[in-house]
Design a protein around this ligand. Structure first.
Ligand code: SF4
Ligand code: SF4
Length: 303
């Protein structure tokens, strides 16, 4: 049995902002909602969403012998998260300006697990961040980090939604589990719905990925119809920038999530003239380089 207090201390020392712990149980309600969303065709060509659905909503199926899920979150909110100047045609989602979070979060989770093992040598774990078939948003809500906002993202009371999530699925029980938050939520607010350039946000706190700029500029190049990219060349923050919880959230404090370059110094001509070598030199460790400069340039030309 692991102490929740020890988990909290270690997770905070590793640099995360928020932590919650839940049992590695089947999330039946969320599972049913996801199936319905899929049947309505909203996953479009995002095939990875269609695989391993049984594991996604049950951490004990995903990881044999799993007893608990430690859900960690860290803010990446930077001045760029507050939005770009009116008319800017080279907007980059603010998370993508920092070192690739997949690498950073994995390192931080491994550090947490190794520190926990010093106290609990029989601990076994697997670390995930946006990289495995685990319904991390659903586990984050169950763990009391926040709620699912109308834009389908996890919104937290203090740090808003500009967060990265990471999970440790462990083989041990914990002496105290968290429960979902109560008394907080979006209320009557619909700012994200109104701010989305393509009417992508559906009524049931999900999005139609076919019309989402973020999906279009990162995940795939073609779609069932043309959508307005609204000046975004990689990702899209529009439905988060306007969120009142993000507007009042503090800037990130963990330097590992500092932007590595200033995107406002680059106009479309500069991006279109950039070679792969120059792009790698500028943005080499960010998630943007997974796409490559050719893809960014295609996004600009598609505008
Ligand atoms: S990321 Fe952009 S396009 Fe996608 S739902 Fe949010 S505002 Fe709409
Ligand atoms: S903008 Fe408003 S409705 Fe959208 S997630 Fe934030 S609080 Fe919820």
């Amino acid at each position: 049995m692991i102490s929740r207090k020890i988990i909290t201390n270690i997770v905070q020392e590793a640099g995360f902002d928020i932590v919650g712990v839940v049992r590695a149980e089947h999330l039946a309600e969320e599972h049913n909602r996801f199936n319905k969303w899929m049947l309505e065709g909203n996953a479009s060509t995002l095939d990875y969403l269609k695989r391993n659905i049984e594991k996604r909503f049950d951490a004990s199926v995903l990881v044999e012998g799993a007893k608990s899920v430690i859900v960690c979150a860290i803010s990446y909110l930077s001045p760029y998260s507050r939005g770009y100047a009116e008319g800017c045609r080279t907007k980059v989602a603010s998370y993508a300006l920092a070192r690739d979070y997949h690498m950073t979060i994995k390192e931080m989770l491994n550090e947490v697990a190794e520190r926990l093992k010093e106290h609990y040598p029989t601990l076994r774990f697997r670390a995930f961040t946006d990289s495995a078939p685990l319904a991390e948003k659903s586990y984050a809500v169950r763990a009391g980090l926040g709620w699912i906002g109308r834009n389908s993202l996890v919104v937290t009371p203090k740090h808003g939604s500009m967060l990265h999530l990471g999970e440790l699925v462990i083989n041990e029980e914990v002496d105290e589990y968290d429960t979902p938050l109560s008394g907080v939520g979006c209320g009557e607010c619909r700012r994200c719905v109104e701010a989305c350039p393509n009417g992508t946000i559906l009524d049931n706190r999900t999005i139609d990925t076919r019309r989402c700029i973020s999906c279009r500029t990162i995940e795939r190049e073609t779609d069932s119809g043309n959508i307005d990219l609204d000046g975004w060349i990689f990702g899209c923050d529009a439905c988060q920038t306007v969120c009142p919880y993000n507007m009042k959230a503090p800037l990130h404090t963990n330097r590992k999530f500092d932007p590595l370059y200033d995107p406002t110094t680059l106009d479309t001509e500069a991006w279109l003239a950039m070679t792969e070598e120059e792009f790698q030199a500028m943005a080499g460790t960010t998630a943007m380089t997974r796409a490559g400069i050719a893809r960014i340039q295609k996004n600009i030309e598609a505008e």
